[in-house]
Design a protein around this ligand. Structure first.
Ligand code: PA5
Length: 462
């Protein structure tokens, strides 16, 4: 199981001004945390609670259908192209970047064991869309269009462009190159997929985009590129069982949530940095940033009071950002809590040759790059604590399906517990909807005429 070390948030290590009396806080919040965990587990099956993501580790039926589909299309496509944005893309990017061989798309088909390359279009930059169209032979590409709502302008506009080209190139057969992942009944994509006869997968009810990674949203692309989705689901299930423990001393998601909540609300440390020491985990930080920001950044609390809650998440990468952000983290405002992710065993052990022994870099010879990256993680952690900066470290035995799934699921539960501590609605996103509606208005969508007028006058005034 993955581990959390929170010692460097303790006042005994970093002083009273910047640290917490962890033993005392755990004891103060023992009952509250137990109640939150019990309550989340009791509410998870109730419709409208948006907690169905807590059941995704037990969704054997979906796993079966996804594997069946992956084996049916095996060998037919050179590329997978995922269309999606936000929660419909960030988990897929994080997991494939973590688990596929590095530089996967640059490997030869033999090096990929005949498995397809994978691309994610999660933006609407015309140049990058055009760029991908120039690279891919769409006839040999399986397009997985993912949108829960089924009408997100970014995703649907990409889909329209690609469907049009596919149909021109393949005639009626183009349908075989599209698989849609969307709501089971609602939304325009569902309507079109049924009408056009695409293969579809469902984003289950009460699973929000940013909590959807272990539904078909993630599992379909993962299985298509040969990841072991049974091991992914095992990781989720085992972590879910561990996190059902209501004792804060035994529950790492509760520990992480409470420490971050108190750092923000008691000590004013409202910036939350996620810093893996692993390039393969770089995009886990992007995924975390969305999860933390959209879930906890809320104007009103559950009592309707204006609170403007929410710590600001920041992504960083070790060791790269030691040469970019660490100066600020050590000496700038003491307003952050940094979470490191440490990998105990990398797949590769890379020795540094014993050359240039007569120079100042001779000491590196005979060591490994593995020693170096973890030495840097340790030294940064210690240096930060010398400057009285709070840090936590999540340790993974290795970067594989089982451990990465545990990590992501643990961060989801941590977010849900933090949301309860902040007493906000973790699962809505009114601030995102507002901008989406303005976009519909600006682009002339029917039903948004009034918003379009308001928007035009606001734009003139600004
Ligand atoms: O987490 C969320 O709910 C959002 O980030 C959505 O995933 C994002 O807005 C895309 O929405 P949809 O999947 O409906 O296209």
């Amino acid at each position: 199981m993955i581990k959390l070390n929170y010692k460097n948030t303790d006042a005994m290590i970093i002083g009273n001004e910047n640290g917490l009396n962890i033993a005392e806080e755990f004891s103060n919040y023992k009952d509250r945390i137990a109640e939150i965990i019990k309550n989340l587990n009791q509410r998870k099956d109730k419709p409208g609670q948006w907690l169905q993501w807590m059941n995704l580790g037990y969704n054997e039926e979906t796993v079966w259908y996804v594997k069946e589909f992956a084996s049916m299309v095996k060998g037919r496509f050179d590329n997978i192209l995922v269309l999606g944005i936000g929660g419909s893309a960030l988990g897929g990017i994080a997991v494939t970047e973590a688990l596929l061989k590095p530089y996967w798309n640059l490997l030869t088909p033999e090096q990929r064991n005949g498995l397809p390359r994978i691309f994610f279009l999660d933006n609407i930059d015309p140049d990058s869309i055009n760029g991908i169209l120039e690279i891919l032979d769409l006839k040999k590409t399986l397009v997985n269009v993912i949108t829960k709502s089924g009408d997100t302008a970014e995703t649907m506009s990409q889909y329209m462009i690609i469907k049009d080209i596919l149909e021109k190139e393949l005639g009626d057969d183009y349908r075989k190159n599209i698989v849609a992942t969307t709501d089971k009944k609602m939304g325009i994509l569902r309507q079109l997929a049924d009408q056009e006869g695409y293969k579809t997968f469902v984003v289950p009810d009460d699973v929000g985009g940013r909590f959807s990674i272990f539904s078909a949203v993630g599992l379909v692309p993962f299985a298509l590129v040969g990841l072991d989705i049974d091991q992914i689901i095992n990781g989720v299930k085992d972590m879910d069982l561990a996190l059902k423990n209501t004792d804060i001393n035994q529950n790492i998601a509760a520990q992480g949530a409470l420490i971050q909540y108190l750092m923000d609300t008691k000590l004013g440390k409202n910036l939350s940095v996620m810093m893996p020491y692993s390039s393969r985990l770089k995009y886990v930080s992007d995924w975390y940033v969305q999860l933390w920001a959209e879930s906890l950044g809320k104007e009103v609390n559950n009592n309707g009071e204006k609170v403007n809650a929410g710590p600001t998440p920041i992504k960083a990468l070790g060791a790269t950002d030691q040469h970019s952000q660490i100066q600020l983290y050590n000496e700038g405002p003491n307003n952050k809590i940094i979470t490191f992710i440490r990998v105990e065993n990398f797949d590769t052990t890379l020795e540094i040759p014993k050359i240039f022994e007569y120079t100042g870099i001779g000491y590196l010879g005979g060591k490994t790059i593995n020693d170096l990256i973890n030495a840097e993680a340790d030294s940064t952690r210690v240096a930060l604590s010398d400057y009285s900066r709070p840090t936590m470290t999540i340790s993974l035995e290795k970067v594989d399906e089982y451990n990465v799934a545990q990590l992501l699921y643990m961060l989801e539960v941590q977010t849900a517990i933090a949301g309860e501590l902040y007493n906000i609605n973790t699962f809505n996103q009114p601030g995102v909807e507002q901008a989406k509606n303005y976009t519909y208005a600006l682009m002339g969508r029917a039903g948004f005429e009034e918003s379009a007028q308001t928007l035009q006058s606001k734009m003139m005034a600004l």
